[in-house]
Design a protein around this ligand. Structure first.
Ligand code: GLC
Length: 480
């Protein structure tokens, strides 16, 4: 009996001391602090979302001027590079764990082989810089759950689990800052490695795209994500968080809201894309992320088209379906004319090299931007974003397609093919633009004086004799 009483007393002492410890901890937590009885926790009021929405224009200023960014999909999936146990798989490279249905334990054999000795942060940043890119978004953790940065929250990261043993995000963040490129990270909520999530079995097949959260484990997982976000903010000084993998049925709007509210509480100026809160009824995030497509029309809502240069995000050794430089430049011009940004992807190899075909294209984009950058950076949508080739065939005039951008008293008219004859622009005729009087016309990169007239119907321009660049040719039209 005496023993029973002692155990009983011991039990209560431990219980109450744990309880008071928990309360003390909650007292230090800004999300719980100040909570009165019967009141909802402060986190449900989402004060930091409200604040961030109020100063969106200020926060988004650099992003809206930037127009072109580099997306980097890099992880241990660069080792299989699309092939698993001798079999080549279709689809995007970073999804190999799903495509080949690789069990976790087998996938875990990849990090011990990951040794990107040729990785050179300075060189990557230089490639982005000379392509005219103003920001960089790199995968900190993709769906495979492997962290490309040094995290205290897990050992499944590049420092603890690979022979390379070094952080790659750190030197990139340093080099980006030196080069005045904004440093940003991609982060996947979907996680095929974390023990709190598990694959759904559907008719004997694993559904990687819509997995499950284990019962009672969501809170733990959200705290894991928050720990990562805190590390990314504090140790890498990120300017933007690019969420992904928030489409699973267990990921609810309130979970997304909690996450972005938290992120804005620790980093009030950060920009956040829409993929953690995409299911919420109101737009909470800063911008939309159309994937591999360009919206048909421009809109007042900020958007960023992300796109691959071949058919994969993560490196695949047999994907050689490269888009031409011309296509990439036309895409950039088209997107910017609609008011958006272009986030163009590279998928580095397991050794740490950006594939040569990507480098070539990026160099050419950079050469084009050196001449035509003023029609891109810092511009806004004009009243119309395009003009189609005219329907009537003419021997006197070139029949081509235009995209427009604008800045203060300048309209830029980008010709998507070389104007070998005079061009007519209807939207700049006096009837199309009654309040607009043209004062001067020039082609960017050319010193030639151009003949032009503005009448009721058209602004007619005789182009220069010599092409100042390749691919797309821009008239700078200065207005009175
Ligand atoms: C998709 C894919 C992912 C890729 C992303 C880029 O969400 O699941 O692999 O990273 O698109 O937008």
């Amino acid at each position: 009996m005496k023993r029973k009483v002692t155990i009983f007393i011991l039990f209560f002492t431990v219980f109450f001391s744990l309880l008071s410890q928990h309360k003390a901890q909650a007292g230090n937590n800004p999300e719980v602090k100040g909570k009165k009885k019967g009141e909802k926790p402060a986190s449900s009021k989402l004060p930091f979302i409200e604040k961030a929405q109020k100063n969106r224009d200020e926060r988004m200023a650099w992003w809206r001027d930037a127009k072109l960014g580099m997306f980097i999909h890099w992880g241990v999936y660069a080792i299989p590079a699309g092939t698993w146990k001798g079999k080549e798989y279709g689809g995007i490279g970073e999804w190999i764990m799903s495509h080949a249905d690789i069990p976790k334990e087998e996938y875990e054999t990849l990090p011990p082989k990951f040794n990107p000795v040729k990785f050179d942060a300075k060189q990557w940043v230089q490639i982005a810089k000379s392509a005219g890119m103003k920001y960089m978004v790199i995968t900190s953790k993709h769906h495979d759950g492997f962290c490309m940065f040094d995290s205290k929250a897990t050992d499944y990261d590049i420092v603890d689990a690979t022979p390379y043993g070094k952080d790659v995000l750190k030197p990139l963040s340093i080099e980006c800052k030196k080069a005045k490129i904004k440093f940003c990270t991609y982060y996947s909520i979907l996680d095929w490695h974390h023990p709190d999530q598990k694959l759904r079995d559907e008719n004997g097949k694993h559904n990687y795209g819509n997995n499950e959260i284990k019962r009672g484990k969501k809170r733990e997982y959200i705290e894991y994500v928050k720990a990562h976000l805190k590390e990314l903010v504090n140790n890498y000084g990120i300017d933007l968080l690019w969420f992904d993998g928030g489409w699973m049925s267990w990921w609810k709007p309130k979970n997304g809201k909690e996450l972005v509210n938290y992120l804005w509480s620790i980093s009030p100026d950060i920009i956040i894309n829409n993929r953690a809160t995409g299911k919420a009824k109101k737009h909470i995030a800063d911008y939309g992320t159309p994937e591999q497509r360009i919206p048909k029309e421009g809109s007042d809502r900020d958007f960023e088209t992300c796109m691959t240069m071949n058919d994969t995000w993560g490196f695949k050794k047999n994907d050689h379906k490269w888009k031409s430089t011309k296509t990439l430049i036309v895409n950039l011009v088209d997107i910017v004319s609609k008011g958006g940004n272009y986030l163009l992807n590279v998928g580095p190899t397991e050794e740490g090299l950006i594939p040569q075909p990507s480098v070539e294209r990026l160099t050419q984009i950079g050469q084009w931007l050196k001449i035509n950058g003023e029609a891109i950076y810092g511009t806004k949508r004009w009243k119309v974003y395009r003009e189609n080739p005219s329907e009537e065939k003419s021997r006197k005039f070139a029949n081509l397609e235009f995209r427009f951008t604008a800045k203060e008293n300048v309209v830029y008219a980008a010709c998507l093919s070389w104007p070998d004859k005079p061009v007519k622009i209807k939207s700049l005729g006096k009837e199309g633009s009654p309040n607009i009087k043209v004062r001067a016309v020039k082609m960017l990169g050319s010193d030639e004086q151009l003949q032009w007239t503005q009448d009721m119907n058209f602004l007619t321009i005789t182009p220069p004799q010599t092409r100042p660049c390749d691919h797309v040719y821009v008239f700078r039209i200065i207005l009175e």
